[in-house]
Design a protein around this ligand. Structure first.
Ligand code: C2E
Ligand code: CA
Ligand code: CA
Length: 366
């Protein structure tokens, strides 16, 4: 139904546009329209018409009409807009305002006020990301994943850090959402994989888990790229475990399955990350070729004190084991939580209690 909806919206938009206007899908549920030879007033009117068209053309799914709304951000490419990036950010900032003002409307980008500030922020991050990718501004931290029965470190999860010009180190929460919006995520992921393979070569007895973003899951060339990157090196595919989040896997089920199968055939392993944070579906554990299930830290942090959390972890542990997958509990912050996990027979744990993330090279040498 999601695919039908995208096609339906695209057709509705196409219908209202001129032959000479360009319509593109940016990904997910986002479209871009480039109108030639229109001024600000005309652009605004057309954007409003597009909103109207989508709102009044419901899609019928299994006999039920589904009403859809559109939020549009409009910018005129005037002399103040100096690059493609700036044009995209301006439209994007205006679109977010349209959503905030209640959706189903078109908002025009203004060169002053809060929109300008958001645009400047977006561009600053875009520049920082670009620079970091070009000039070794990305490094890896690593955090141990411990086997609860032996206390040995079974894996290290590598976590990306971004270095600013002034020496500031940024954590992913600060820049990943922006990186995804501006399309940097696939390049960042490849950069991280590249660094991780180097680490794996330098530490042949270590196994690493590497996070993949949603856009990477849908990248049909990623599998080949990883295989080529490892080929001819001493990195064993078995040293690499790729983490995809449950939410992203469900959103891109077919692609996730394809990538998972491809990686597994190469000899790499796969983990389903943040399990339980979306609409946890045990069914997917059965259908995806994954090796590890990482239960979301939200259910783990208060283990020992919260009996509801214990029930959830217990249920996931039983189902995961039933399907032959090992469970990793994230965000283990106390001895109490570790005890409960051991009691439940959970195989692996990761969290501040066992070790905080630190500079990868140092962590792996330990
Ligand atoms: P995640 O994959 O769930 O990674 C675990 C996060 O939890 C890490 O945050 C880690 O520092 C933090 N953490 C570990 N133990 C504890 C604990 O005991 N308590 C609490 N409260 N937190 C703990 P970090 O490094 O800031 O990464 C945040 C997220 O950014 C990651 O969540 C992951 O989704 C994403 N990320 C990190 N590195 C990469 C990367 O190289 N590529 C991609 N695509 N995403 C990454
Ligand atoms: Ca992860
Ligand atoms: Ca996680």
């Amino acid at each position: 139904a999601g695919d039908d909806l995208i096609v339906h919206v695209a057709a509705t938009l196409r219908n209202r546009l001129r032959e000479t206007d360009a319509l593109a899908r940016l990904g997910g549920d986002e479209f871009a329209v480039l109108l030639d030879h229109v001024d600000a007033t005309a652009a605004q009117t057309i954007a409003q018409e597009l909103c109207q068209a989508v709102a009044t053309t419901p899609l019928t799914i299994e006999g039920t009409p589904v009403f859809i709304t559109l939020s549009a951000g409009v910018t005129v490419i005037d002399p103040e807009i100096r690059s493609v990036d700036e044009a995209m950010v301006a439209a994007d900032v205006a679109m977010y305002d349209a959503k905030e003002q209640g959706r189903n409307r078109a908002v025009h980008y203004e060169h002053e006020g809060s929109q300008r500030r958001h645009m400047t922020d977006g561009l600053r991050w875009s520049q920082r990301l670009h620079q970091a990718l070009e000039q070794d501004g990305i490094s890896l931290h690593a955090q141990p994943i411990v086997d609860l029965s032996t206390g040995d470190v079974a894996y290290h999860e590598v976590l990306m850090r971004l270095h600013g010009d002034d020496g500031t180190v940024y954590e992913p929460a600060e820049f990943l959402p922006i990186a995804e919006r501006f399309g940097y995520a696939p390049r960042l992921d490849r950069h991280v994989i590249d660094l991780a393979v180097d680490l794996a070569i330098r530490h042949p007895t270590r196994a690493l888990t590497v996070n993949l973003s949603g856009t990477s899951i849908t990248d049909p060339t990623l599998g080949d790229w990883i295989e080529a990157r490892i080929a001819g090196t001493t990195c064993r595919p078995g040293q690499l475990v790729f983490e995809i989040t449950e939410t992203e896997a469900i959103a891109n089920m077919e692609e996730a399955r394809r990538l998972a199968t491809r990686l597994q055939r190469m000899g790499c392993r796969l983990a389903l990350d943040d399990f339980g944070s979306g609409f946890a579906s045990f069914y997917h554990l059965k259908t995806l070729p994954i090796d590890l299930v990482k239960i979301d830290g939200e259910f783990v942090r208060r283990l020992g004190r919260d009996s509801a959390d214990r029930l959830v972890v217990e249920a996931v542990q039983r189902v995961a084991r039933g399907f032959g997958k090992d469970l990793v509990a994230e965000h283990v912050e106390s001895a109490e939580a570790a005890d409960v996990l051991r009691e439940l027979g959970v195989r692996y744990a990761q969290g501040y209690y066992f070790g905080r993330p630190g500079v990868a090279e140092t962590m792996l040498e330990r």
